[in-house]
Design a protein around this ligand. Sequence first.
Ligand code: SF4
Ligand code: SF4
Ligand code: SF4
Length: 321
Amino acid sequence: MNDRETEQGLRGQAKALLEEGKVNYIIGYEPGSLKFTTTPLITKDKDSVDRLVISPFIVNNLSEYLTELKGRIGIVAKGCDSRSIVSLIQDNQVKREDVVILGVPCSGIIDLSKVEGLVGKDRDEIDDIVWEDSKVTITVAGDRKEFHIGEVLFDNCLGCEFSIPQEYDILLGESSSLVVDKATSREKIETLEAMSQEQRWNFWEKEFSRCIRCYACRNVCPACFCERCFVEESEPQWMAPVPRWQDNLMFQVIRNIHVAGRCTDCGECERACPMNIPLRSLTKEMCDIVDDLYHFKAGMDKETAPLMTHYETTDPEDFIK
Ligand code: SF4
Ligand code: SF4
Ligand code: SF4
């Protein structure tokens, strides 16, 4: 099934859900105002579902909106998004019976920054991006260039293990042809792992000196659902509101511990960062640590207790010094 067929199927299913009163809202994607973008569509209107799209640019993890809406919600979910929904169910933030998951088998999402890097042009100057089989054709001023699709997918997509939704009510298609390139997916992390402690410290000092503490990384993250974040506490005040690099680093260290066992490597925090700080080098590393130590992957089973709320007598504890 191609994107157009999936899109038609989605529109029909979404319309039926609204008409039959099975959901109050549909959350999906519609074309964005900029080229090669989509934007979240949240609607109660059955005619608006004709604006729903499926494309290699449906980047947002829409589960972020589930905790903000009341009522029954039909939501479009890629593999990583469906795991975020399950994680929210595990944490009692969302009731399973209140969501109808419209699962989309995913083949990966195109990273426009990588496209810009390959053709040396800003996205506004690119005329067309066409993905066919394992190739992507990029047209700039009438000049067509072909690349392997693996060169333009987001790093997290190249390392994706579950591109077909794990939990769904309606599956829009059955299979996905995901390009896996684990080496590229982990490249930035491995570069950091190869550094000495001092080099790593200097690296993060430099990176977090650029952080403007806009909190986009937190606000876009479905695993960050606290009503009041620790950074906004004034009694006690855990950190200064001014973006000193030390506090910025502390913010991310604590945020990573809070999302441990909840993060599905959807990549949204890094994508949303206006300062291009490589946040996935922290979040993905935390996913891998959680998996290595506790054999736990976030959002795989709604009946399983959240990682941080239970323990096994066999859990490793040799990291506690
Ligand atoms: S991480 Fe997997 S499911 Fe999520 S967008 Fe990338 S390929 Fe799709
Ligand atoms: S999105 Fe980037 S700049 Fe904003 S708070 Fe997060 S790390 Fe800092
Ligand atoms: S920490 Fe980042 S990658 Fe993980 S779930 Fe949140 S937004 Fe997605």
